[in-house]
Structure formats: structure tokens, C-alpha cells
Design a protein around this ligand. Sequence first.
Ligand code: GRF
Length: 205
Amino acid sequence: LKVAVLISGRGSNLQALIDHFGPVITSSPVRIVKVISNRPDVGGIERAKKAGIPTAVIDHKTFPDRVAFDATLDRAIRESGAELVVLAGFMRLLTEGFVAAWRDRMVNIHPALLPSFRGVDTHRRALKRGVKLHGATVHFVRHETDTGPIIAQAAVPVLASDTPDTLGARVLAAEHKLFPLALRLIAEGRVTIEDDRAIVDGRTE
Ligand code: GRF
């Protein structure tokens, strides 16, 4: 499965995917064919370059509006031959048209156990709410932010001594295992969507 990874920052999840699948190993079920950032000079672009993966910076600040930005993004992804779009810390809202064009072919990783704690600042909010389990979710993308069929989740305990930073570090470590696993499931054809829910290893007949 050829995937394009979209990032906005340090790219530690991208690194986990590179480490898991390897940049050039053709026998791998997942091949990262392009890494695209909407911000210049981010760590994730350096990581991709080091791994020999083609990169592009599409700076949203240079576009008049979201539609124009998304059109350029769409073209770059299509040119790369990617079959799946992977949002790995991509911090831009996508237009309804873009999301529709990649429906069931775009996934996101979110640092919370959805449907709890959509949006930003999830670790601080989880601590404030007093939940005892927190975690990460990989899901297909729908237009409403952080919604869509859930493919896989990883839970971590919340400790009494936690700060947003210590909890966030625990979740991030879980993300780095979860994301490769979820992409592998998709690449192996083991994920189907029924009634807008993702089913793993469902019956195929
Ligand atoms: C991760 O916590 C991810 O879940 C969220 O943004 C963060 C990106 O981190 N969507 P990184 O750039 O992969 O290190």
C-alpha cells in the first residue's frame, strides 16, 4: 500500500512508521511514497529526507484560502501515487471537498480515546476530567474534526502523579506502536467499513 504522510511538526509518528516499515523495503506492506508538511523547517521533513523519502512543503500561508491550499495538496498526493493519506500530526483543518475525495482512504491519529476529548490539549483535559484510562485512536477521517470510523485504539493508565507532559509521553509511546499496527491492518486488507464503522477481520463472504 502506497501512503502519503502529512505532517506539521516534529514527526515522531512518521519516524515510528519509517522505523516499522522501512523506507525502501519493497516487501513491506506499507510504502511511504511522500511526506508533505504545511510548515517549512519542521523536524519531520528532516526525518523523511534522512530516510530517503520524497518530501514537499506546501506552506498554507502562501495560499489565499483553504480550497486553494487543499487543491494543491490533493494534486501533490495524487502525483505521488499514494493510495492512502495518513495524517500524522497534521494540524490543518481540511475542506469538506478534500475529505470527501479521500473518504475511507484517509486516516488520522488522535491522542485520546475517541469519542472522548476531540480537539487539542487532550492530555490536560483528560487529567482535569479525572479519567483513569487515556490513550490514542487511529480512525478514518470524516469532515467533523476527530470523528470517523475507529480502526484501532491503545489505552494507557492515568497515574495520580501525572502531569500533561508525563501523560502525553505515555500516550505518545503508545501511538508509536498503534499507528504502524493500524496501517498494517489496512494494507493487509483486514479493515472494512460497514454502517460507517470500521470492522477488523470481519467476514468477507
Ligand atoms: C501526536 O500526538 C498525534 O496524535 C497528534 O499530534 C501529535 C503529533 O506528534 N495528532 P508527532 O509530530 O508525530 O511527533
